[in-house]
Ligand binder design. Structure first.
Ligand code: GLN
Length: 190
């Protein structure tokens, strides 16, 4: 199985490092041909409006939408979560999302950059030790559809969700030293 990391903009390098540490040799995905070569994809944090524009200009929107609707496992973190949700609030009007997780996501709703914060989360399916989570201009999940499992919350708000083979986190699990969420994602891939 080949795992890709979307590398158009944003925090792809730490995802690559984490996956490499877990024994997976990830492929950077910047083109439809590179997408064809992978069985699963990480969509990193960054700026979802910019990633959306770069997906358009690199011809990835249609092929990625097709792969996702055909059931490709995916892991979206922060901006990646915004891209995989059903609806974006406070987005740019031309910003795309792929609608594979039935959530409504409000951009930057935890505040501005200065309001970024960290939290220890109890995460379903990762054992007893909390997961230390870094939130950077994070999105808030405002509504959750029936098919969505909520795996972690902060103050009652979902911050880690799963629908079928797609996992989304409002935070940055690639920062720090804890591989458990990448392991959770990889368990969908094998
Ligand atoms: N605020 C960014 C966006 O709207 C997401 C921030 C992040 O990925 N850390 O895309």
């Amino acid at each position: 199985m080949k795992v890709g990391v979307l590398a158009l903009q944003g925090a792809s390098a730490r995802h690559v490092a984490m996956l490499t540490r877990l024994g997976v040799q990830p492929l950077a995905v910047r083109s439809p041909a590179e997408l064809d070569a992978v069985d699963a994809l990480v969509l990193p944090g960054g700026e979802s409006t910019t990633i959306s524009m770069l997906l358009e200009s690199s011809g990835l929107v249609e092929p990625l939408a097709a792969r996702l609707s055909a059931g490709m496992p995916a892991f979206g973190t922060c901006a990646g979560m915004i891209l995989l949700g059903r609806e974006i609030i406070d987005g740019r009007p031309d910003q795309r999302c792929f609608e594979v997780v039935d959530i409504t996501v409000r951009r930057n709703a935890f505040g501005r950059q200065i309001d970024s914060f960290e939290a220890d989360l109890a995460v379903t399916g990762t054992g007893d030790a909390p997961v230390h989570a870094v939130f950077i201009r994070a999105p808030v999940v405002e509504t959750v559809g029936e098919g969505v499992e909520i795996l972690a919350t902060v103050d009652g708000q979902p911050v880690l969700c799963r629908q079928g083979p797609v996992l989304v986190a409002a935070f940055h699990p690639e920062l720090g030293d804890d591989p458990r969420l990448h392991e959770l994602f990889l368990s969908e891939v094998v």
